[in-house]
Design a protein around this ligand. Sequence first.
Ligand code: ZN
Length: 264
Amino acid sequence: MAVGVVQHIAGYLDGIGERWIGWYVPPVQRAFADAEWQRDSRDAYCGSCGLSAGPGEVRESGCAACRVEPHLGDGIVRLGPYASHLRDWILRVKYGRWAEMAEALGQQLGEAVAEADVVDLNRAVVVPMPMPWQRRMYRGIDHAGVIAASAARALDIEVAACLARRNGPPMMTLSATERLAMGKRGLSVRRRWGGWNLDDVDAIVVDDVRTTCASLRGAIGLLRKLKARRVVAAVVAVADESARRGSDMTPKVPISREGFSGWT
Ligand SMILES: [Zn+2]
């Protein structure tokens, strides 16, 4: 009888455990190893726009997509497409406050920037894609800020948080058209005593996901106005056609317009 009760309780506790599995996060290095994940090599994507590219698809002028769209600043570095494990990790960083993963991805991104050799690291700064403070309050993590700080540490350069952003609905909940309209308008140069002098500085704008490019283009435009010598984007993932296909844009983690919606 007692054994039955214990088993019953154990079963009940297992049930609780299962409900928590969505929040259970393994050590980052084990997550990388289990997924057999490695960041993209430079020839897996177009260095001008960040879209996935097959062998021989990228030329000096970029890929097929680049030839119809203006280039994204002075190029882009990415870790991979917004799909599979990388997408899950980003969602857990954003909605599950997985700071260790944000730091690990930031370090990977810093190493990828160094390998890509697209900026002069003797005069480069990392500029985090800003998050409105209201959103940081309810999310509890400024994920792009954590990723950017970690990337800057890996590169041994400074962070220049020179951009600000007005509050608005989270980008993930907007349609592509809405995102395009929102992108540039929410961004501005952050006010600071003495202003920002990026004269002759290479700026590396760091964000988690490149979707339509609207936000990145807005940030790049502002950094150009601050006289940055080169402006390069560095993003953890790029949502391109291969990632968009199927249900890849639908997050597995339940979210609402307000962010994470609960257990069910
Ligand atoms: Zn391209």
